[in-house]
Every structure is written in structure tokens, then in C-alpha cells.
Design a protein around this ligand. Structure first.
Ligand code: KDO
Length: 340
């Protein structure tokens, strides 16, 4: 099991938290233990049926078992606590302890991370795990901790992103997506990806995608197949084009402030719970992803495989022409490619 970068051991902050807890407990007339539980608020835009939502229950149960009565894990799904992408800022303000951060959200603060938002860079889920559980991950997560004040605890495979269209269309190459309003999450790197795929990228929060497709304000969206199923996007679309353009990941992250408030033993338990949660997600998602084409066919969707060479070529040219890689550390792309 990889050892993630963890900030220095707890100091006064933990003590003051416990003292504060005990003082409040006295005021409220509650037993001290009830107040000194470490509260871990989690926020995620995921729908409850998706694996990276269910994994938080695994996280909670793991902690309830390894540290009975020590943690109060609060799971908030469907972006009910913070809207998609707002989580890192909420963590910096001390209003949130845990979330899953996307590469695009990290890239807003650590530009090198945009390499993982670019199409056809990471080869497959196994390589993704090796990248982030090896030296590249250790180096980058250290920078993330320094710049964002959050610690990455484990890497989840979100799935391989595919195109999902509202109406039937022959899509062989990016040229066939001209004029298609392709919903992307609302940040620069996502929008660039959508344009690089040949479409007109339209920003929209994840929670609005179903209605957007249903009403026709967008023509298409991209997401991994398990999410297309979990969020029921197949109900409002007719076609999936297997572009496999992004082997996507999410990073379970905790605010450094919350982490430092824990004892060393509690920190290890939180780390282990995050590893167990990610393992649960990764295993189930991979298994389901391999079975879903059949499911969607049965639901009446048309599944097609485009000219992948044409997609690779056009997309890579778009990234090169935009000098996109300028913020990528020299040699990082080659190091990623060398991970086997
Ligand atoms: C999405 O909005 O398409 C996306 O897949 C982007 C991911 O980074 C992540 O935020 C995900 O949504 C949510 O967790 C919902 O599944």
C-alpha cells in the first residue's frame, strides 16, 4: 500500500480542538466524547448510485470499525453541500474536510496537473494507478499539499470518458461533431477538451446534465459508462460513441487542517479508510464498465466505435497548436508514457 504524503504530526491544534469540544460539551450538558468526535464532512456531486458515492459508505464503515466512536463522518452527495468544483475553496475556508478532487480542479491551482485533463495521455486504469501510486504521484501530491493545503489520500478510477449523444449521428472523426453542443464541466481544461474533440463545448454542472439532455439545451455529454448508467443519462440519449478520450481519475483529499487536528493513529486510520474506499470504487467500477455496452444496447442505445486514430491525431494537434503543454514540467509527459 503506498504511503501518501502526510503533513507533520498533530500539535496544539488537536489539543485545542479537544479542549474546545469538552468546553462546549460542558456548556450543552453533553458527555465530552460526544463533542470531541472528529467531524469529517464530505461533499461530492456524485449521484448515490455511482461507485464513487457508495465508496464513502465504505470509508465511513471502515472508520467506524477501526476507530469506534472517534469520528463523525457526514456524507453529502448530489452536490447538496457544495457545488461541483467549489469543494477545494470550501476546504481552504475550513468548511469542509473531505472530497474527491478532479485533475481539472487541481489544475486551477497546480497547472502541471492539467496534463491529466488532456485526452489520450493516460493509457488505461492500471497505468493510472501506477502513475499516482508511484514517484510521479508522490511529487505532484506534495505540490498539491503545499499549494492547496489538502492531502491526497488515494486515487479513484472514475472511468474512461465516452461521448453520449441525444440524437443519432454518424460520428467517425472529430469533424463529425462540428456544431454539436457538448456539455462539459465548467472549467478551462474541460472546455478545451470538448473543443479539441471537435464539438462546441458548453459548460454545465453535472447535476443539470440530465435535464439539459432531456430538454435539448445540450446535444451531448461525456462521462464514463458507469456514470451514464448511475445518473440515468441513457434515458435521455440515443447513442454512445466509444472515443475513450480520457482515462479519468478523482483524488480523495482531506484538508490539511483537518488532518493535522488528528492524532497520528487517527491519521493512519483515515488513510486506510480512504484506501479501502478507493479500492471498492476501482474494483466495482472496472467490473461494471466492462459489462455496460451490453446493458446500453438492451436499453436501445446505439453504440459505435469511431476512427480512433483520427480522434488521437486531431486532439493531439489541438493540444500542440495551443501550446497547451507549456505549463507541464519538462519531461513529465515522457515519464508518464514510460510508466508500464
Ligand atoms: C462531470 O461533471 O462530468 C464529472 O464526471 C466530472 C468529474 O470530475 C466529477 O466531478 C464527476 O462529474 C462527479 O463526481 C459526478 O459523477
Amino acid at each position: 500500500m503506498p504511503t501518501r504524503f502526510l503533513p507533520p504530526s498533530a500539535t496544539g491544534s488537536r489539543r485545542s480542538l479537544l479542549v474546545a469540544g469538552a468546553a462546549t460539551a460542558l456548556t450543552l450538558g453533553l458527555p465530552a466524547w460526544a463533542q470531541s468526535k472528529a467531524v469529517l464532512r464530505i461533499s461530492s456531486p456524485a449521484v448515490p448510485e455511482d461507485w464513487h458515492a457508495k465508496m464513502w459508505t465504505v470509508f465511513k464503515e471502515h472508520l467506524d470499525k477501526s476507530a469506534p466512536g472517534e469520528f463523525d463522518v457526514q456524507i453529502n452527495l448530489n452536490a447538496s453541500l457544495f457545488k461541483q468544483g467549489a469543494e477545494p475553496a470550501a476546504m481552504a475556508r475550513g468548511n469542509l474536510e473531505l472530497t474527491t478532487v478532479s485533475a481539472a480542479d487541481i489544475a486551477k491551482i497546480v497547472p502541471a496537473f492539467s496534463i491529466f485533463t488532456a485526452a489520450y495521455v493516460v493509457r488505461d486504469p492500471a497505468q493510472q494507478q501506477k502513475i499516482f501510486n508511484g514517484p510521479i504521484g508522490t511529487e505532484l501530491f506534495k505540490t498539491v499539499s503545499e499549494k492547496m493545503d489538502i492531502s491526497v489520500l488515494s486515487t479513484c478510477y472514475l472511468g474512461t470518458r465516452q461521448l453520449n449523444l441525444r440524437e443519432l449521428r454518424t460520428v467517425r472523426s472529430p469533424a463529425d461533431l462540428k456544431g454539436i453542443k457538448l456539455r462539459m464541466p465548467g472549467s478551462k481544461d474541460w472546455l478545451f477538451l470538448g473543443e479539441a474533440l471537435g464539438a462546441t463545448a458548453t459548460p454545465l454542472a453535472f447535476g443539470e446534465v440530465y435535464m439539459g439532455l432531456k430538454s435539448g439545451t445540450i446535444d451531448a455529454q461525456d462521462n464514463p459508462l458507469p456514470t451514464v448508467k448511475a445518473a440515468k443519462l441513457y434515458e435521455v440519449t440515443k447513442q454512445i460513441v466509444l472515443t475513450s478520450h480520457l482515462v479519468d481519475g478523482l483524488f480523495i483529499a482531506i484538508s490539511n487542517k483537518a488532518l493535522q487536528a488528528l492524532s497520528p493513529a487517527q491519521r493512519s486510520k483515515v488513510q486506510a479508510a480512504a484506501q479501502a474506499a478507493a479500492a471498492f470504487n476501482n474494483e466495482n467500477r472496472l467490473k461494471e464498465e466492462s459489462q455496460l455496452v451490453e446493458f446500453f444496447k438492451k436499453e436501445g442505445l446505439q453504440i459505435s466505435t469511431p476512427d480512433l486514430e483520427a480522434f488521437h491525431k486531431t486532439v493531439q494537434t489541438a493540444y500542440q497548436n495551443a501550446d497547451y503543454g507549456k505549463t507541464w514540467p519538462a519531461g513529465l509527459l515522457e515519464r508518464i508514457h514510460a510508466v508500464r
